[in-house]
Ligand binder design. Structure first.
Ligand code: FES
Ligand SMILES: [Fe+2]
Length: 417
């Protein structure tokens, strides 16, 4: 391990000898590891997505977001320029900006009124020369040495990413060709935002990212998916991995589901139930909108961004850690500017499938806590990740945990664990 190593982990933190097919339960619990993640992962050589450019359309428009659990401000600092900085005054550290969004010409701290321009440069200091010739800053004080802590910003297809590290490769290289191609597909038309909400979950952030990357669970845990044949492992699909395994796309094509009898009928699954029907089947109405025939595509970009296409329900989700035992998931639902009124209405209706109270994904909001509450008092032992073998590579079957192993591969590499 390097200087970024864990200071006082309990007990000394060693990755299991089996590699990425095992994850020690301690990994989801350890507060020292959480602190290391904040420093060496979220503020390390990765890109953090913070939102869409259309959320800050005018010069001076800003939004507040997070890099890991560190609050930041993203601002449109010019017609085609964005700036980002820690939401922390360079004087004595007060929070600078409390609103979720807004428009500013300057960022002025409420504590002693130090004021910064849209790029985060310190412009004015209140009472710099003192009062009545008394007090004030020494003559050799240099404003330029007291700017806000700045982050690098990059944009791709309207998504805005920031990084705190000089070592982070260019965004295209970080994501790789396959991930960029899928983003180009999802964002090939101008988008419009349909709504936003967040969801607080009582589990370590990595348990949710595992869930996102776990195509094995989708039609087992989610009764709605399976019963109403929205996403089943018997459909054509696969897993595409990118980066050091930390990025993935899990996809399926609804029209390719094989007819009876499938493994689903043979296995007598809890999620396959004839007891459930819909009073209003219009909820399941969708239209094919991508030429590749894919009806379900979840793209997970390391470490904490999810781009979702479930039928015509489109969204990005950004996961923010809230201490070792909690996280908050920020959802932004979107459609396209040229959607018809009917298409827009169908997207919104289908959004009832997803989200904290969604017919499909309410289970994803609670399953992490089912794990957390069992491992918190008993961290001995390890999770097993052997579906689809031991490797990290593309899969034609989604009966696989390859993309979960991929997440851990990139995690270990980033943290040198
Ligand atoms: S802490 Fe911001 S001006 Fe003093
Ligand atoms: Fe799920």
């Amino acid at each position: 391990m390097t200087e970024a190593s864990l200071p006082n982990a309990r007990p000394p933190f060693e990755w299991p000898t089996e590699g990425v097919s095992r994850v020690a339960f301690e990994t989801y619990v350890n507060p020292d590891l959480y602190a290391l993640e904040q420093k060496a992962l979220f503020k390390g050589p990765i890109w953090n997505c913070v939102g869409f450019d259309i959320e800050v359309p005018n010069v001076g428009d800003f939004l507040t977001a997070w890099v890991g659990d560190t609050p930041i401000v993203l601002v449109r600092s010019g017609p085609d320029a964005f700036s980002a900085f820690f939401n922390r005054c360079a004087h004595r550290g007060s929070t600078l900006c409390f609103e979720k969004t807004g428009n500013r010409k300057r960022f002025t701290c409420v504590y002693h009124n130090w004021s910064y321009d849209l790029e985060g440069n310190l412009k004015t200091v209140a009472f710099q020369k003192g009062v009545n010739g008394q007090g004030g800053l020494p003559p050799d004080f240099k404003h330029s040495e007291h700017n806000l802590h700045k982050l690098r910003v990059a944009t791709l297809h309207g998504l805005i990413f920031v990084t705190a590290s000089d070592q982070t490769p260019p965004l295209d290289d970080y994501l790789g060709e396959k991930m960029c191609a899928h983003l180009a597909r999802t964002f090939s038309r101008k988008i419009k935002i349909l709504g936003k909400y967040s969801q607080y979950m009582h589990n370590n952030w990595k348990l949710y990212m595992e869930n996102v990357k776990d195509s094995y669970h989708a039609s087992l845990l989610h009764l709605f998916f399976t019963t109403f044949k929205l996403n089943r492992l018997s459909m054509q699909g696969g897993l595409i991995l990118g980066g050091d395994g930390g990025h993935h796309i899990s996809f399926s094509k609804m029209s390719t589901d094989v007819s009876t009898p499938t493994e689903y009928d043979k296995e007598k699954l809890r999620a396959q139930s004839d007891a459930f029907t819909l009073h209003d089947p219009s909820l399941l109405k969708s239209w094919p909108e991508f030429e590749d025939g894919i009806t379900h595509a979840i793209q997970g970009l390391f470490p904490n961004l999810i781009v979702q296409q479930i039928q015509n329900s489109l969204a990005i989700r950004i996961l923010v850690p809230r201490g070792p035992n909690a996280c908050e998931l920020f959802w932004t639902l979107f459609g396209y500017e040229d959607d018809t009124e009917q298409e827009g209405a169908m997207r919104i209706a289908q959004s009832n499938l997803i989200g904290p109270a969604g017919l499909v994904s309410m289970e994803d909001g609670v399953i992490g806590n089912f794990v957390q509450r069992a491992i918190n008092p008993n961290t001995d032992g390890q999770a097993v990740l052997e579906m689809g073998g031991h490797t990290v590579e593309d899969q034609v079957s989604r009966v696989s945990e390859a993309s979960v192993r991929g997440f851990w591969q990139m995690y270990r590499k980033t943290l040198d664990l």
